[in-house]
Design a protein around this ligand. Structure first.
Ligand code: 13P
Ligand code: 13P
Ligand code: MG
Ligand code: MG
Length: 372
């Protein structure tokens, strides 16, 4: 049977105002490009949205992961939107377009990518998550909770189809290496790595009993591509749910509370992650707090299941009042951290600041140090 691919490709191509949100003219360009690609039969469904200042392209098609035509479509869409952004003098126009010549895959060129190719089950619920003002490792905690923590996911205990556990692929961003660890057997080793989300990132998850793929995240580290601070990496993630996998509600349960992630102002601070509906997908206070949006849909014959008028049926997962507690917690944590100003742990640890603009400031003091 032909397989289905869910591709989420995103980039910050310019924002209104400062690093706040993606304005309508850019979203319109993206919708227009993807509509044309659907008419031409390249993709079967699309949904354009924003996570703060990041333009997010959700595409469902039959062409597999890393397909050059799909990646070119995303690349050209970002370039057109960046052009518009420049003409409007929007902020940081073309921010994530780090390279000029497209070579078949947007990975390593600035945009973030999460893709998953799979054989559709009789019913296959899919969730897409996107964060702004943080980094790929920010998904480590909720993915661990959903796929490995029996205090979060009842199915790990109750559903015999999950009894074999899940395998986690972890990327070492610094050394460009990866490793696969299996839970529950290697849970402690997994936590030893992914508890350092700035370096180790959960990139993929499979059900151990049959190697069925069930989660995929973006692993871009922009500063390592550009060699300097160029904004945070604002990650995306695709997850499949139900029927032998964690339920939609189990995958959402970790977001009942806020937790701390690296990013926020100038990519240099710890901040509380705030799950929000699409209408609140914007970053304000201290360029944040870091936001998370989530979409849910059913795949159907290589497309997003659509309504009678052909529009994809996509639900806005965090719009729900059940996440008000996390939002309130995020606001409280935000106030606590900001009272500390530029003192650690509000500001990132010294090592992590290496990838910001702080070293340039310290460089100026270099010659004034005397032996002590
Ligand atoms: P499944 O349909 O995935 O078995 O779901 C069980 C359930 O009720 C989860 O909320
Ligand atoms: P973005 O990575 O979302 O563009 O944010 C950059 C920044 O410096 C925010 O203060
Ligand atoms: Mg930006
Ligand atoms: Mg951003």
């Amino acid at each position: 049977m032909a397989k289905t691919t869910v591709s989420v490709i995103k980039a910050d191509v310019g924002s209104l105002v400062g690093h706040h949100t993606v304005p309508e003219p850019l979203l319109r360009i993206a919708r227009e490009e993807l509509r044309r690609a659907r008419e031409e039969g390249l993709i079967n469904s699309y949904y354009v949205f924003n996570a703060g200042d990041d333009l997010e392209l959700l595409m469902v098609h039959r062409r597999g992961e890393g397909n050059p035509e799909i990646h070119r479509l995303a690349w050209e869409t970002f370039r057109k939107a960046a052009e518009k952004s420049r003409s409007l003098k929007l902020y940081a126009a073309g921010q994530d377009i780090l390279k000029t010549a497209f070579s078949g895959n947007v990975k390593g060129m600035g945009p973030g990518v999460a893709e998953m190719e799979f054989e559709e089950r009789p019913s296959d619920p899919v969730m897409v998550f996107a964060m702004d003002k943080t980094e790929p490792g920010a998904f480590n905690y909720p993915l661990f909770r959903a796929f490995a923590d029996p205090f979060n996911t009842a199915g790990l205990i109750i559903d015999p189809a999950m009894a074999g556990g899940f395998k986690f692929e972890v990327f070492d961003l610094m050394e460009s290496k990866k490793i696969v660890l299996k839970c529950p057997e290697e849970m402690y080793e997994l936590l030893a790595l992914i508890g350092s989300p700035g370096r180790y990132v959960v990139s993929r998850i499979w059900r151990a009993s049959d190697d069925m793929v069930c989660a995929s995240t973006s692993t871009t580290k922009l500063s390592l591509i550009a060699g300097k601070y160029v904004g945070k990496d604002d990650p995306v993630c695709v997850v499949r749910a139900q029927h032998g996998l964690p339920a939609v509600g189990e995958i959402l349960a970790p977001f009942m509370h806020s937790y701390f992630v690296e990013g926020w102002m100038r990519g240099s601070h710890w901040g509380p992650l705030m799950p929000v509906g699409l209408k609140d997908s914007r970053c304000t206070v201290f360029d944040g707090p870091p936001r998370l949006v989530g979409l849910g849909f059913q795949v159907c014959e290589g497309a997003i299941a659509s309504d009678d008028s052909g529009d994809p049926m996509v639900v806005d997962l965090f719009e729900d009042v059940a996440f008000d507690l996390a939002r309130r917690e995020a606001m409280e944590y935000m106030a606590v951290l900001r009272r500390m100003g530029e003192f650690e742990p509000a500001r990132l640890a010294h090592d992590a600041m290496e990838y910001t603009t702080l070293p340039k400031v310290l460089e100026r003091l270099k010659d004034r140090f005397r032996p002590a």
